[in-house]
Design a binder for this molecule. Structure first.
Ligand SMILES: Nc1nc2c(ncn2[C@@H]2O[C@H](COP(=O)(O)OP(=O)(O)OP(=O)(O)O)[C@@H](O)[C@H]2O)c(=O)[nH]1
Ligand SMILES: [Mg+2]
Ligand SMILES: [Zn+2]
Length: 368
């Protein structure tokens, strides 16, 4: 076992459960005799060749051992911001990452080609940041919720730019909050803030306790870095103005980074992503769209797809936009969770159908 101080690592968001994992971690590969003793550290940023790691006192840049890289790749994994890792310094004082503790939570999204990509590891709360300007979009919010819910991380919705929204009419903010609650359910916390002020810190205080790790997710220009700075009480992160006609940001933040807050919590700022594909299974999606699952029991047909069947209880009661989004996410989920064999048979079916279509068209041409 590698000794560590819980109090010191607590500052980096070490939870009691993760401390248990560190304490029982079997390191299969001791370092060479010239290496100094191994230490537990947390990954605060990932670069092309190196990772930033923090030991509770200091930050340094480390390289990943070839064996660890190989092992992670074999499992289709890679180091992510928020990981707990075991490091040593070699005789040249160069820090090396030798092992990673299996994460207790991972937020995973799908890339364009369907492959999985870990956004962050070991977080307790995900702040879904959305502007009350033209960024406000409930379909996108549902997508972010799907991303987070499947990881077991608690989502909290942070509506930024409350100051701008209330300029038009003081009721706008309350109306938007109610609109969100009506759409996603009242069990998800919603706060509306001016991300530039310390009020935001007050509003989020329940999630900023010692040892907590938060991640900020949302589109570019939503105010993630602005919020990070307000929580930190310093301008650590660059922020950038948004376009006036659509409130879109300019992708100011380009990498994920973990910051230590004065409250004792850790916050991970992330770059805004344009197209987000959550890694979610149909069952979890059913939990997220609980209204759909519950009402489905009252549809006339047991296998009702809630598209055009008569006597559909879901279509009768669920917001059409929400139902449309549900169907869209479900389609993506089914495609993503399809095995290689299913995909092959789907391709074969598609080829048959296009061939049949070609033949039919050729016959029609001959007849005319
Ligand atoms: N008035 C007002 N402006 C805000 C608020 N939050 C963010 N902004 C402004 O919105 C712009 C974008 O903020 P950023 O914090 O850079 O947005 P981001 O989410 O980090 O964007 P990316 O890094 O591109 O993903 C900046 O000009 C901020 O000053 C808010 O609550 N009120
Ligand atoms: Mg940013
Ligand atoms: Zn139905």
């Amino acid at each position: 076992m590698i000794d560590f101080s819980f109090a010191l690592l607590r500052r980096l968001g070490l939870t009691p459960a993760m401390a248990q994992s560190l304490a029982t971690f079997e390191w299969p590969e001791p370092a060479s005799s010239t290496d100094r003793p191994a230490r537990w550290m947390r990954v605060t940023a990932i670069h092309r060749e190196t990772v930033d790691v923090h030991d509770g006192d200091d930050l340094c840049s480390a390289r990943c051992s070839a064996r660890l890289t190989r092992n992670l790749q074999a499992d289709n994994q890679a180091l992510a911001c928020g990981d707990w890792v075991l490091c040593t310094h070699d005789e040249h004082q160069q820090p090396w990452v030798h092992a990673r503790v299996p994460p207790q939570s991972q937020i995973v999204r799908r890339d364009g080609d369907g492959s999985r990509h870990t956004v962050v590891s070991n977080v307790d709360t995900a702040l879904l940041v959305m502007g009350l300007d033209l960024d406000f979009n409930l379909q996108r919010l549902e997508r972010y919720l799907a991303l987070v819910v499947s990881s077991g991380v608690q989502p909290v919705l942070v509506l930024t730019k409350a100051d701008i929204a209330s300029l038009g009419s003081p009721d706008t903010v309350n109306q938007r909050v109610e609109q969100v609650r009506a759409r996603v359910g009242s069990h998800i916390d919603v706060v509306a803030v001016d991300a530039r002020t310390s009020d935001a810190r007050q509003a989020l205080a329940p999630y900023l306790g010692e040892g907590q790790t938060l991640v900020l997710l949302g589109s570019s220009g939503a105010g993630k870095s602005t919020l990070t700075n307000s929580l930190l009480g310093s301008a650590a992160q660059d922020t950038g103005a948004v376009r006036e006609h659509d409130s879109r940001g300019k992708h100011t933040t380009t990498a994920r980074s973990l910051h230590l807050l004065p409250t004792g919590a850790c916050v991970i700022d992330t770059p805004g992503v344009r197209t987000l594909r959550p890694d979610v299974d149909p069952h979890t999606l059913g939990q997220l769209f609980e209204d759909v699952s519950t009402l489905a029991e009252h549809c006339r047909f047991r296998n009702c797809s809630h598209q055009d069947e008569p006597g559909c209880a879901v279509r009768a009661q669920v917001d059409p936009q929400r139902l449309k989004n549900y169907h869209k996410l479900l389609r993506e989920t089914r495609r993503d969770n399809m095995g290689a064999l299913d995909r092959q048979s789907q391709l074969a079916e598609w080829k048959l159908r296009t061939r049949a279509g070609r033949q039919r068209r050729a016959m029609e041409r001959e007849r005319s």
